[in-house]
Design a protein around this ligand. Structure first.
Ligand code: F0G
Length: 456
């Protein structure tokens, strides 16, 4: 059949509370046009993030009941460890309460002043945890990865020539080379198996360990299966194992491709580094067989990992984004192409070209999506990246709006509704106005800044 249906039926539902446009206008005033300050009950479709927002399966809820809360040596930990090792065969698997906790532990041990850490593109918490130690984070994605319209099949790939040159220049000051799969900050774009292998080979040639930020590993494997020569007949599990087999470690947020609402891990092969990581874990997260999680969370992750590699799920998952991207593209809305794994990214700067970057076109679009349709999205542009530590402000590289899709939470009619809200904005685009910031904290301003509309 041509129709790709949701590969699940619904057993437990959460009601969506509807609001009127007038109510949403008033709410926007109340929160000073910052969507992070909205109550989620006032949101009709919440696309703020795909992190921790997955619908858990009946089997995951059953696993939650099996959770064993023993402080040490819980069977939940053993099930978690076995499920991770089945896909990512690292020697040491260290649970953490979420991805950034794994990053914080790793970089507290290998970061520091004078160090340089390259990646295709660091996610902002990864960058924050690296820079917090005094080290510098560098993004070396291929040129095609920063062009929203380029149709390269693996726009998350590392630029291998730049990596070679980088390692030649910084040599001993590089404690690890990273790759983020999929490349969230670059539009949810995948990295090919060949590129992962070559990145590992180059790192190892220079004696540098290779670490994967594996948050969306299953989506990445699906793209490899679809797009990389010679991979189409291989099971997803085999592709996943290949991706991680060349790495020396990984950081993971189980809030993404483990279908869990909380959790993460740090995995390593180096015995000495793992020993130091566990000591740090005990200091900051908890004993190494629970690491900041309850036993029930560990069981939910273990079960989630067996479900995320299901091809019917992955086909439906990626198809949802492709469907919305195709429809928006046909309407003339500039979108990042090809569609990413976990989100649709709209190029607000290109679309709302009457709003200059320092008047935040991404924020203008995000506010309009909420006012018109009650859809909450996230600006990834000048609001997020425009303010610098020295106090200056410059436009970010792009002004995007991310529509991140919670896993298994919304259906086809929700996707059609999203498209319809965009149709309305297409008709009124010229009337959208920019914003100015009236109050902002010294850093990470997007979470708490207050905005005011510029007078038309
Ligand atoms: N790495 C990547 C690629 C991520 O996307 C995230 C989180 C993290 C690390 C950190 O994991 O949230 O468990 O601490 N991304 C979320 C997002 C917040 O909305 O993209 P965490």
């Amino acid at each position: 059949m041509k129709t790709i249906i949701e590969p699940f039926r619904i057993k437990s539902v959460e009601p969506i509370r509807f609001t009127t446009r007038e109510q949403r206008k008033a709410l926007l005033e109340q929160v000073h046009f910052n969507l992070f300050a909205l109550k989620s009950a006032d949101v009709i479709i919440d696309l703020l993030t795909d992190s921790g927002t997955s619908a858990m399966s009946a089997e995951q809820w059953a696993a939650v009941m099996r959770g064993d809360e023993s402080y040490a040596g819980s069977p939940s930990f053993l099930r978690f460890e076995e499920a991770v090792r089945n896909l990512m065969d690292f020697k040491h698997i260290i649970p953490t309460h979420q991805g950034r906790a794994a990053e914080a532990i790793l970089f507290s041990l290998i970061g520091g002043e004078g160090k340089h850490i390259p990646s295709n593109t660091h996610f902002d918490t990864t960058r924050g945890n690296i820079e917090g130690t005094g080290a510098l984070a560098h993004d070396l994605v291929i040129r095609e990865g920063t062009d929203p319209q380029d149709l390269h099949p693996f726009k998350g790939n590392m630029d291998l020539e730049r990596l070679e040159a980088f390692l030649a220049e910084h040599g001993n000051a590089v404690p690890c080379v990273m790759t983020t799969i999929t490349n969230n900050a670059g539009g949810g774009q995948p990295v090919s198996l060949e590129n992962i292998r070559e990145t590992a080979r180059i790192a190892h040639q220079h004696g540098v360990p290779f670490i994967i930020d594996g948050c969306r590993f299953a989506e990445n494997a699906w793209f490899i299966k679809q797009r990389e020569p010679g991979q189409s007949d291989r099971p997803i599990e085999a592709i996943v194992r290949d991706m991680f087999s060349v790495a020396d470690g990984m950081t993971m947020s189980a809030k993404k491709d483990a279908f869990a609402n909380i959790g993460g891990w740090l995995a390593l092969n180096d015995d000495d580094l793992a020993q130091r990581a566990r000591t740090r874990l005990i200091q900051t997260e908890g004993f190494p067989t629970y690491g900041g999680l309850s036993g029930r969370d560990l069981d939910a992750i273990a079960q989630g990992l067996s479900e995320i590699v299901d091809e019917d799920y992955l086909r439906y998952r990626v198809r949802t984004n492709e469907y919305i991207v195709d429809r928006l593209d046909k309407m003339g809305v500039p979108v990042v192409k090809p569609a990413g794994g976990h989100a649709v990214f709209v190029d607000a700067r290109a679309w709302l070209d009457h709003i200059r970057p320092l008047s935040y076109p991404g924020q203008a679009l995000a506010v309009a999506l909420y006012e018109i349709g009650g859809i909450r999205t996230c600006e990834i542009g000048t609001v997020m990246f425009g303010r610098h530590p020295d106090g200056s402000e410059t436009p970010a590289a792009m002004d995007l709006v991310r529509l991140a899709m919670p896993r298994r939470a919304y259906t086809q009619s929700h996707a059609d509704y999203i498209v319809e809200v965009f149709e309305e904005i297409v008709a009124t685009r010229d009337r959208l106005q920019g914003y100015r910031i009236v109050e902002e904290p010294p850093m990470m301003r997007h979470f708490t800044a207050k905005f005011a509309p510029l007078a038309g």
